[in-house]
Design a protein around this ligand. Structure first.
Ligand code: NAD
Ligand code: AKB
Length: 320
C-alpha cells in the first residue's frame, strides 16, 4: 500500500457500521491525529479522534471542516441503506445523492485530492443474472437505495472523466462484523443472528431459508477499501465502483454452521418486506476485475467467519 504520511483524512458517517472499523484501521496507518471523524452525532467508539458534528447536506460546513483540518482524502460513508431507504424514498434519494455531490465538488475544485465512496450489490436488480454476477451486466435496481447507488456510480465516472477527480469505490455485499451494529439494510440478519444465537440460542429470520446473498466479513471489506484507496492510480481502471466478492450463503446454511458451535441452535423464518429486496439482488458476485486490476483476494469463508464472529462476541461479551 502506498501511504503518504502527509495525507489528512476525513470520514463522513464515521459512527456507522463501516465507519467505526475504518477509523480504527486508518488510525493505525496515519495516526489518529490525522484522521478526523464526522457524523450527525458523536459516538463513544470514536473517542480517539477529533470529532466534527456534520450533516453532509450542509455543503458550507463540510467545506469549513475540510479547510480547518487541511483534509486531502474523504471517505464518504453517510447514506440511508436499502431497508430504511424504502421507508422514506425521497429522503433517501436526497441524502444519498446530495452528500455525494458535495464531496465530489470539493475534489472537482481541488480542495481535496481523493474520494472514497461505497456502492453496493443493490445496483443490480431483478433482470440481472443472479449467479456469478459480472461487473458489466443488466442493471435495473428496484429500490431507491439501489437507484441512488447506480446513479452515484455514473456520477463518479463522470467526475473522473470530465474533471479528473480521483474517486474510487466498491460494490460491497452484505457486511458482517462484531464491532458495530448494522444500520438498516436487507443483509442485517447475518449480523443479528449471531447476537441472538448467543443470547437465546434461537433466531427468527426476516428472510426465507433459501435466500442466498453475497456477504463479506468486515475485516475483508476494510482491507479491500484500504487496498483500493492506496493502489497506484494506474491500477484503478473502473471509477464507478468495483464488484468485490467474499462469500455467499443462505440463512439455512449460516444457521447450520452456527449450530456446529452452539448445539441446539434453532432458526425460524418470518419473511417481511426485505424478502422482495433480497430476491432482486444477486446470489453471488464475479469480481475478476478487482482481482486482476489491484489484486483483491478475500480471506474469510463461512467456517472462518462464523468462528470469528462467535469467538469475538463471546469473549468480549458483546452480544446485544
Ligand atoms: P450505517 O447506517 O451503519 O452508517 C451510516 C452513518 O452515516 C451513521 O453513523 C449515520 O449517523 C451517518 N449519517 C447519516 N446521515 C448523515 C448525514 N446527513 N450527515 C452525516 N452523517 C450522516 O451505514 P454503513 O453500513 O456503515 O454504510 C456506510 C456506507 O457503505 C453507505 O454508503 C452504505 O450504502 C455502504 N454500504 C454498506 C454495506 C453494509 O453491509 N454495511 C453494504 C454495501 C454498501
Ligand atoms: C443493505 O442490505 O442495504 C446493505 C447493502 C448490501 O448495501 N447491506
Amino acid at each position: 500500500m502506498l501511504i503518504n504520511k502527509n495525507d489528512k483524512i476525513l470520514i463522513i458517517g464515521a459512527g456507522g457500521q463501516i465507519g467505526v472499523e475504518l477509523t480504527e484501521n486508518l488510525n493505525r496507518l496515519y495516526g489518529s491525529e490525522n484522521v478526523i471523524v464526522a457524523d450527525l452525532k458523536p459516538s463513544s467508539a470514536l473517542s480517539a479522534n477529533t470529532f466534527e458534528q456534520l450533516d453532509v447536506m450542509d455543503a458550507q460546513k463540510l467545506f469549513e471542516i475540510v479547510k480547518k483540518h487541511t483534509i486531502s482524502h474523504i471517505y464518504h460513508l453517510a447514506a440511508l441503506l436499502s431497508a430504511t431507504g424504502e421507508q422514506n424514498p425521497m429522503f433517501a434519494w436526497k441524502l444519498n445523492m446530495e452528500g455525494l455531490f458535495h464531496v465530489l465538488d470539493l475534489a472537482k475544485e481541488k480542495h481535496i485530492s481523493r474520494v472514497y465512496w461505497p456502492s453496493s450489490i443493490a445496483v443490480f436488480g431483478p433482470t440481472t443474472p443472479r449467479v456469478n454476477t459480472p461487473q458489466y451486466t443488466v442493471m435495473e435496481p428496484s429500490t431507491v437505495y439501489g437507484i441512488s447507488k447506480q446513479a452515484g456510480e455514473r456520477w463518479c465516472e463522470y467526475y473522473f472523466h470530465k474533471y479528473g477527480v480521483d474517486v474510487r469505490g466498491l460494490r460491497y455485499p452484505g457486511l458482517i462484523g462484531w464491532k458495530s451494529a448494522p444500520g438498516g439494510g436487507t443483509t442485517d440478519y447475518a449480523v443479528h443472528i449471531f447476537h441472538e444465537a448467543l443470547k437465546t440460542n434461537t433466531y427468527e429470520c426476516f428472510l426465507g431459508a433459501e435466500t442466498a446473498l453475497p456477504m463479506m466479513h468486515m475485516e475483508d471489506a476494510i482491507r479491500a477499501t484500504l487496498e483500493l484507496m492506496h493502489a497506484p492510480i494506474e491500477k484503478i481502471k473502473i471509477r464507478g465502483s468495483y464488484n468485490v466478492s467474499g462469500l455467499s450463503f443462505t440463512p439455512n446454511e449460516l444457521a447450520a454452521e452456527i449450530a456446529k458451535h452452539l448445539p441446539g441452535f434453532s432458526i425460524s423464518y418470518k419473511p417481511d418486506f426485505r424478502q422482495a429486496i433480497a430476491d432482486s439482488w444477486p446470489q453471488s458476485i464475479n469480481d475478476e476485475e478487482a482481482r486482476a486490476h489491484w489484486g483483491w483476494q478475500e480471506y474469510y469463508n463461512l467456517p472462518k467467519l462464523v468462528e470469528n464472529m462467535l469467538t469475538n462476541l463471546k469473549s468480549k461479551n458483546l452480544a446485544l
